[in-house]
Design a protein around this ligand. Structure first.
Ligand SMILES: [Zn+2]
Length: 393
């Protein structure tokens, strides 16, 4: 039998060995054994994701536990790049980037909450966030207002917007313009012209649906890389023509590089019959975004994984839905172009989901209920190689 002293010595030796092993571990963190879906790398298989120094180092099966200082056991789970939501509103205190990080959203774009007059406060939100927040500056000086920020077109002040971009080049990744008639009256085309002029090489994101002008007239003014959000808006002036088919001008815009985004939101942005008609015609979104706000947290939107689950219900394969919030979202926003992938060398932003099976009710923007069979639920999030404190695993 060992003496107490011998036992303590042995225990200390084991502890030292443990520390030595941890010190020698090749990787800081390994997300182990999940189904890794990384459309940017063409990967959809069970594998381990190895992280070191805040970067992805390897995605391959069979990484030894001894090589990892820390492990997230993702067996039976879906592992994806951290989600990129290209249309959110984090300008008000009722919705913070931190709240969206818990959903797996490691990068986001605020879509026009602020304009030239109030951009500094939103930039401070972006600077303080752990996740990567970029901003589409509202072409209207006030940013979004309840009464409609472009009812007086003078609010679309090109000089003021250009100065704001100049001041915050690192944070402003594009220009947002809201075009519904209750926002812009009959000034929609002039508003797009001004937004396009301000943006220069940056993308313009256009909020469409219930506009004064028909969608083809608006699309004419766009260039490659511009983003149309709320593409499944109900009429007036939806993306469908009289026969219920997608307008040829919409397809032509996509063919010349205009991007089409969901922007779920709460009101006037998406109804199931419009999605059904468009997708029956093969017109699926390039990107899936939430357009989430504080009130959207508990009403019709909830979170980006819920919006993704809606598209699973609507018939989109899982890998394609994931592509819409990773590879494609990063491709839509040049400032986030290095994200949305698990390629070795990429920033180590990772999300882990459970794909729950059952009966889940989803609503569109008129509260029409449909039942889906699958729902994505976030269980762990890694940003810059660090597990977030809210991680469920
Ligand atoms: Zn919005």
């Amino acid at each position: 039998m060992r003496t107490r002293r011998e036992f303590l010595t042995a225990a200390a030796a084991i502890a030292l060995a443990g520390r030595a092993r941890a010190g020698a571990a090749r990787y800081d963190l390994v997300v182990s054994g999940g189904r890794v879906i990384d459309p940017a790398s063409g990967i959809d298989r069970v594998a381990d994701v190895a992280i070191e120094g805040g970067r992805i180092r390897a995605v391959q099966p069979g990484i030894a536990a001894a090589d990892a200082a820390e492990v997230i056991d993702a067996r039976g789970k879906i592992v994806t790049p951290g989600l990129v939501d290209i249309h959110v509103h984090v300008g008000a205190p009722d919705l913070t980037p931190a709240a969206l990080l818990r959903d797996g959203v490691t990068a986001m774009v605020d879509g026009g909450s602020a304009g030239a007059d109030n951009i500094d406060a939103l930039v401070r939100v972006a600077q303080a966030a752990r996740n990567r927040v970029r901003i589409f500056l509202n072409v209207a000086r006030t940013g979004v207002t309840a009464g409609g920020e472009l009812m007086d077109i003078a609010a679309a002040d090109v000089e003021a917007a250009a100065r704001a971009i100049e001041r915050h080049r690192e944070w402003i990744a594009g220009v947002k313009v809201r075009l519904s008639q209750n926002v812009a009256g009959d000034h929609d085309l002039e508003a797009v012209r001004r937004a396009r002029k301000v943006a220069g090489p940056l993308p313009v994101m256009l909020h469409v649906g219930q506009t004064f002008s028909p969608l083809p007239k608006i699309l004419e003014l766009l260039q490659r890389g511009d983003i149309v959000t709320h593409i499944y808006s109900p009429p007036p002036h939806s993306l469908l023509g009289d026969g219920g088919h997608v307008l040829p001008e919409v397809r032509a815009a996509r063919a010349r590089g205009v991007r089409f985004d969901v922007g779920n939101g709460r009101n006037g942005h998406i109804t199931w019959p419009i999605v059904d008609a468009a997708t029956k015609d093969g017109f699926w979104p390039d990107t899936i975004s939430s357009d989430i706000t504080g009130p959207g947290r508990t009403f019709r939107v909830f979170d980006l994984p819920t919006v993704l689950s809606k598209f699973l219900m609507l018939g989109m394969p899982l890998d394609r839905a994931i592509a819409c919030v990773t590879r494609e979202a990063a491709a839509s926003v040049p400032a986030l172009g290095d994200l949305g992938t698990l390629k070795p060398g990429a920033p180590a932003d990772v999300a882990v989901f459970e794909l729950r099976q059952g009966a889940f009710e989803f609503v569109d923007n008129v509260d029409a209920k449909r039942t889906g069979r699958q729902k994505l639920a976030t269980v762990a999030v890694v940003i810059n190689g660090k597990k977030t404190s809210s991680a469920g695993l």
